[in-house]
Design a protein around this ligand. Structure first.
Ligand code: MG
Length: 242
């Protein structure tokens, strides 16, 4: 799973570099598909519960599960969420990042990105054997709400392994009394999603794309992380300790 995570992080990085104004989200997905196959992997999302895309590409008020399309052409100023999953040698890896298309993001977007990223890292720091899962959830919620943002509660993280989505679900809100105790050997996909204001979401006509009901922007960052006796190890990273 560590090797898969490293491969996925390299692929996501390459896809990010293709994401420029004038490029469609379908072109990004096609590029990702080539890279995934070249790495000896398969795209995890394609066909998952009949999802029609190779990756999820969600723009601006779209929260998650955006379907790549030739008619969605990236523009300067867009906030793009890229979520990619791969399967290789029987195991899955799952990762997401949000990027601003343009030189310098406006303060509001910069804040959204920084807080959501910090929430992910706070959650990861608490992936310690013996901690409750609720402690992880609470640490994520605390960063997001202290930052003046709201947790999109209807989308949660999950266990990941021989299946893309395994138990336990990992809510991005909660209390330390809740949830199972973490153990070394567990692998979890931690994926906070934050927005401004009301965090309620709706699903678009395509049956997949989740959007904020207010039209507010949202950000999403995700890592696949293994819990080791020494603490968390981010698998979806290019710089891994041996
Ligand atoms: Mg996930």
């Amino acid at each position: 799973m560590q090797e898969n995570g490293r491969i996925l992080s390299v692929i996501l990085d390459k896809v990010k570099h293709q994401a420029k104004p004038g490029v469609s989200t379908l072109e990004l997905a096609d590029f990702a598909h080539e890279e995934i196959l070249r790495a000896g992997a398969l795209p995890a999302f394609l066909g998952y519960r009949d999802f029609p895309g190779v990756i999820c590409s969600s723009l601006n008020e779209e929260v998650v599960h955006g379907i790549p399309s030739s008619s969605r052409v990236l523009q300067s100023g867009d906030l793009l969420k890229l979520d990619i999953g791969i399967k290789r040698n029987g195991f899955y890896a799952d990762m997401a990042e949000t990027l601003f298309l343009g030189a310098t993001p406006p303060n509001e977007i910069n804040h959204l990105l920084q807080i959501t990223k910090m929430a992910l890292l706070a959650g990861i720091r608490n992936l310690l054997p013996g901690n409750t899962l609720g402690k992880v959830s609470q640490s994520i919620q605390e960063v997001i709400e202290t930052g003046g943002l709201s947790v999109v509660r209807r989308i949660v993280g999950h266990g990941v392994g021989r299946r893309l989505h395994e138990k336990p679900p990992v809510p991005n809100f909660g209390t330390p009394e809740e949830g199972p105790r973490l153990k070394a050997g567990m692998v979890l996909a931690i994926e906070p999603i934050a927005t401004y204001g009301d965090p309620e979401i709706a699903i678009k006509q395509d049956g997949w794309t989740a959007i904020t009901t207010t039209g507010a922007l949202s950000a999403h960052f995700e890592h696949t992380v293994a819990i080791t006796p020494q603490g968390p190890r981010i698998l979806t990273s290019t710089c891994q300790a041996g």
